[in-house]
Design a protein around this ligand. Structure first.
Ligand SMILES: [Zn+2]
Length: 78
C-alpha cells in the first residue's frame, strides 16, 4: 500500500492525474507469460479491425478489416 501511495504522491506533485489505463498497465501479466506476445493482453486484437455491426446484433463477434466486407454476412464495414 505504501508503494502505491508513494507513486500517487509523485504523480500528484507533478500535477498528473492517475488514469485508469495507467492503473491497468501496472497489473502483473504472469499468467500469459508463455504466449507468443506476453506483453499483449488476450483481449487485445493484434491486427486492426472492427466488429461487424450486423453480426453484433445477432450476438456474434466477427472482426472485419475496415473497408472490407464481413465474411459472415457480407456487410461492408468501414
Ligand atoms: Zn457480419
Amino acid at each position: 500500500m505504501s508503494a502505491n501511495f508513494g507513486r500517487y504522491e509523485i504523480l500528484r506533485r507533478l500535477g498528473i492525474e492517475q488514469l485508469p489505463a495507467l492503473v491497468a498497465a501496472e497489473e502483473p501479466v504472469d499468467e500469459v507469460s508463455d504466449g507468443p506476445f506476453p506483453n499483449i493482453p488476450l483481449t487485445t486484437m493484434p491486427v486492426p479491425g472492427r466488429r461487424c455491426p450486423a453480426c453484433a446484433l445477432k450476438g456474434q463477434t466477427v472482426w472485419v478489416i475496415p473497408g472490407k466486407r464481413c465474411p459472415q454476412c457480407g456487410t461492408p464495414v468501414r
